[in-house]
Design a protein around this ligand. Structure first.
Ligand code: AMP
Length: 215
């Protein structure tokens, strides 16, 4: 049983580490950002609503996100735990998540706070490319694909996320500092926060995460 949250600014490597964590611990990866992007791709009403905020680098309204996340958490595959990535992002969302879990006799075991310097975040996000088909993440300089523009994993096309341009990235980082950083104190008080240095390289970061979560 492992119920855990990945906290950290955009560009800290949450998505990359999430993929490794769910493979090792056999728990579902729940990314509210991925759920919204999937809805945008499918042209749903939810996708249309979310896109307005996402394109500006702003947060989608709390009540909408909470509804999406808690509905997902009720699915069968979450019975033995889950990894939340990008949710909660405000103290209000965290409180609602806690009361939802309490109602179901559950609680968060560990919160991993991955930190990376601001300048490095800008470089990482503006150079990020993602596979349109499978979502695998690359970087034009740091993690280039074997063949330019093509996903190593599935051969899909690599694209830049709409919200990875310099202006939107700057706003996403500001929004993180103002609205999400207070969560660090929230979970510190709850006693289940672990700090992870996100600048030590992909494998070292993962090793620190495994140390925190236990083998
Ligand atoms: P991410 O893929 O986690 O970087 O999320 C991309 C965008 O989706 C964010 O910039 C927000 O606009 C929106 N989003 C994702 N998760 C949340 C959340 N928990 N609360 C509010 N907005 C969110």
């Amino acid at each position: 049983m492992l119920r855990t949250i990945l906290l950290g600014p955009p560009g800290a490597g949450k998505g990359t580490q999430a993929a490794k964590i769910v493979e090792k611990y056999h728990i579902p990866h729940i990314s509210t950002g991925d759920i919204f992007r999937e809805n945008i791709k499918n042209g749903t009403e939810l996708g249309k609503k979310a896109k307005e905020y996402m394109d500006k680098g702003e947060l989608v309204p709390d009540d909408l996100v909470i509804e999406i996340a808690t509905t997902r958490l009720l699915a069968d595959d979450c019975k033995n735990g889950f990894l939340l990535d990008g949710f909660p992002r405000t103290v209000y969302q965290a409180e609602k998540l806690d009361s939802f879990l309490e109602k179901h006799g559950a609680k968060i075991d560990k919160v991993l706070d991955i930190s990376v310097e601001k300048e490095e975040l800008m470089t990482r996000l503006t150079g990020r490319r993602v596979c349109k088909a499978c979502g695998a993440s690359y970087h034009v300089v740091n993690i280039p694909p074997k063949k330019e523009g093509i996903c190593d994993v599935c051969g899909g096309q690599l694209i830049q996320r709409d919200d990875d341009n310099a202006e939107t990235v700057a706003n996403r980082i500001e929004v993180y500092e103002a609205q999400t950083m207070p969560l660090i104190e929230y979970y510190e008080k709850a006693g289940n926060l672990v700090h992870i240095d996100g600048a030590t390289g992909l494998e070292n970061v993962f090793a620190d995460i495994v140390k925190a979560l236990g083998e």
